[in-house]
Design a protein around this ligand. Structure first.
Ligand SMILES: C[S@@+](CC[C@H](N)C(=O)[O-])C[C@H]1O[C@@H](n2cnc3c(N)ncnc32)[C@H](O)[C@@H]1O
Length: 265
């Protein structure tokens, strides 16, 4: 499934946000990419940090780490480490920068993860993170969670995409561990899909949910299960109606909104 994620979801949606986050890395920095997945942000961070820097990509999902390990990146050397944000195997004050792109919404114990982030940052070092804005603040895709719940099942509602809790939740979590908030901002960037149907297919195949053992499972449903086809078609019809204003010719160009925080230890 990580191939689908890298082939469709990354270039269509994630890449532009990931670059924006990694742009905050300086030459020679020692960087932690928390919830690194298949290594998108870690790769850009390594380019920015350069050969004198160091990057650690950290994630609890072995399949995604394996995909990351198989890639080659330039710049700083990258070490891939398995584990969850709630308990990190790093020393106090190890990092100049901690980045986390679309990972915090999957963390079960947010308070613990923020305490760990604060602990591993050097004094004065920066934490930069982005989580999808809530449905009400998504200019195009806000309908998605309700539509998935309606057509495919209520258990699809908490896919964690829009459910984090907004800028105020980011601020609350950061301030609770004495991080000083420098920036809170909802950032909109265009996503591009060659058709609305492609968005539907990618959404069904790549949307993430957390399994009972804390790993990220991609794919909302079993795509082999033909009994779900009518429900997926109904979701596709609603998506086509909702997204029609954003489609030109065939191409869908519509903004995603991400809530971003920059905070100092
Ligand atoms: C949507 S992916 C984002 C991956 C990557 N940052 C990117 O931008 O492509 C969410 C990631 O959060 C990770 N994750 C889930 N639960 C986590 C936890 N408790 N601690 C740290 N990462 C977690 C998943 O394994 C997954 O790689």
């Amino acid at each position: 499934m990580s191939e689908l994620y890298d082939t469709y979801w990354v270039p269509s949606v994630l890449d532009v946000f990931a670059r924006g986050l990694a742009d905050r890395v300086g030459r020679g920095d020692r960087v932690l990419d928390l919830a690194c997945g298949t290594g998108l942000v870690a790769g850009y961070a390594a380019e920015r940090a350069g050969p004198q820097g160091e990057v650690v990509g950290y994630d609890p999902t072995p399949d995604l780490l394996e995909a990351a390990r198989a890639k080659s990146f330039s710049g700083a050397p990258i070490t891939w480490v398995e584990g969850s944000g709630e308990s990190m195997p790093f020393d106090d004050a190890e990092f100049d920068v901690v980045l986390c792109h679309q990972g915090l919404q999957y963390v079960t114990d947010r308070a613990k993860a923020f305490a760990e982030i604060k602990r591993v940052l050097k004094p004065g070092a920066m934490f930069h993170a982005g989580v999808w804005a809530s449905a009400a603040h998504q200019p195009a895709f806000g309908f998605v969670e309700d539509a998935l719940a309606k057509y495919i099942g209520p258990e699809q509602k908490p896919v964690h995409a829009w459910s984090f809790g907004g800028l105020l939740e980011l601020k609350r979590l950061a301030q609770a561990v004495d991080l000083t908030v420098d920036r809170l901002d909802t950032v909109e960037r265009p996503s591009r899909f060659s058709t609305i149907q492609e968005f539907v297919d990618v959404q069904i195949a790549c949307a993430g949910r957390t399994s009972d053992d804390g790993q990220l499972v991609m794919g909302l449903v079993d795509l082999e299960d033909e009994s779900l086809l009518p429900a997926i078609d109904a979701f596709a019809r609603e998506a086509k109606a909702e997204l029609a204003p954003f489609a030109k010719e065939q191409t869908l160009t519509a903004p995603f909104a991400s809530d971003e925080i920059s905070a100092r230890a």
